[in-house]
Design a protein around this ligand. Structure first.
Ligand SMILES: CC(C)(COP(=O)(O)OP(=O)(O)OC[C@H]1O[C@@H](n2cnc3c(N)ncnc32)[C@H](O)[C@@H]1OP(=O)(O)O)[C@@H](O)C(=O)NCCC(=O)NCCSC(=O)C[C@](C)(O)C(=O)O
Ligand SMILES: [Mg+2]
Length: 358
């Protein structure tokens, strides 16, 4: 383990200085596309205007005989597309695959300046991040990059979940962590056969009302991912990095997707993955606070003055802790408003109305 004292020294001579804080850039949806697909490459510029993060996927879902085309396609997209303030990320192949070394060498060397974050799949523990950390520093030094690439881990092995705190703390490059429910289910030998979301068999049932245990008992479906998401959120918050839900594979079920994303939003996640254009609007809606919530948060902050003591607003007690929660919502709203002026206007109008009601 490196001493915290030299955590901010580059891991290779000539590599850029590590960041001291993870930038809080909007990333409500990480939109996946396959850069080996020519049609997808052609619409990269349009997709970039619609999303906070566009991600060129090189790993699972890209067939083995398209791996090289996907890598080269991403280089082409990165060089030829104007991304504005949309982030460009990639998901490289897993560290035990025959492709990852060329993925990293090619991408950092060819388009290191255009890339913001490298997503690393199937991370088992801090050792995987340490490996990528040093390799990136060497490649950055050789390519003469001015700012360091950030790293995002996917939580998709039982070992990764058991080690999630040390993964979050493994490098100043760590930007965030996403839930990878499909591989994680397989790794844990869960008996599901889907990508994220609930399962009708995972439920609790009310007690029997009488002798007949088969009658009159309501069941409630439970969230299979609650434990993992909550643990991931705590690990990320503890280390100043950002948690994300990950993918929801039932593209048709836009309602279930919205529910699952919202659970993650309420628990502390900042975004989710979109696998299909349909899911972009869902993530945008869910991970942007409602104008009424923003108005309420601003009202509480204004009423709380220096943030200490108590006040009553609409019959509800506000104190030092509620104002902190309101600041989380208000700060997120400011951040999103600077990227999305229409949303900013909706927040300001709702605030004006809420203040005028007093
Ligand atoms: C699901 C699929 C096959 C349905 O693709 P489709 O063509 O059958 O869908 P469609 O509804 O017919 O498509 C309508 C239009 O949308 C386009 N389209 C469709 N998708 C996209 C997209 N992503 N971005 C941009 N455009 C897209 C598509 O090309 C078409 O355009 P057109 O009308 O002009 O012909 C397709 O959406 C897709 O390939 N999505 C990405 C899948 C992917 O990246 N999977 C890997 C991430 S999840 C994962 O890895 C798990 C994890 C974390 O590792 C773990 O839990 O373990
Ligand atoms: Mg996976």
């Amino acid at each position: 383990m490196r001493s915290p004292k030299d955590f901010f020294t580059p891991l290779a001579l000539g590599a850029p200085d590590p960041v001291r804080e993870i930038p809080l850039r909007p990333s409500r949806m990480i939109h996946f596309f396959d850069p080996s697909n020519e049609k997808m490459r052609a619409k990269a510029g349009d997709m970039a205007r619609d999303v906070d993060v566009l991600l060129g996927n090189l790993e699972d879902a890209v067939p083995a005989d398209h791996k090289e085309a996907a890598r080269n396609g991403l280089v082409e997209v990165a060089k030829s597309t104007d991304f504005g303030d949309t982030q460009l990320w990639t998901r490289v192949n897993s560290l035990d695959s025959p492709w990852v070394l060329d993925d990293l060498i090619t991408l950092v060397t060819e388009v290191g300046e255009q890339l913001d974050v490298i997503m690393v799949p199937k991370v088992e523990g801090a050792e995987d991040i340490h490996y990528v950390d040093r390799l990136l520093a060497q490649l950055e030094a050789r390519a003469g990059l001015r700012s360091p690439l950030l790293v995002h881990a996917i939580l998709e092995t039982a070992s990764g979940v058991a080690n999630v705190e040390e993964i979050a703390a493994a490098s100043p490059r760590m930007q965030g962590i996403s839930l990878g429910p499909a591989d994680l289910a397989a790794s844990r030998r869960m008996k599901t056969t889907r990508v994220g979301g609930g399962h009708p068999g995972y439920l609790v049932r009310t007690d029997p009302a009488g002798e007949d245990v088969t009658q009159g008992r309501t069941t409630y479906q439970q969230d299979l991912w609650h434990y993992t998401v909550a643990r991931m959120v705590d690990a990320c918050a503890m280390h100043g990095i950002l948690p994300y839900y990950g993918p929801f594979g039932d593209i048709r079920d836009v309602v279930g997707c919205e529910d699952q994303f919202r659970n993650a939003y309420l628990l502390g996640c900042v975004g989710a993955w979109s696998l299909h254009p349909k899911q972009i609007a869902i993530a945008k809606k869910v991970f942007s606070p409602e104008p009424s919530e923003v108005a309420w948060a601003r009202k509480v902050i204004a009423a709380m003055g220096d943030g200490t003591g108590t006040v009553m607003i609409d019959g509800k007690m506000q104190d030092d802790a509620t104002v902190k929660q309101c600041r989380v919502v208000a700060e997120l709203a400011e951040q999103l408003a600077s990227r999305d002026p229409e949303l900013g206007q909706a927040y300001d109008e709702a605030t004006k109305e809420a203040m005028a009601d007093d």
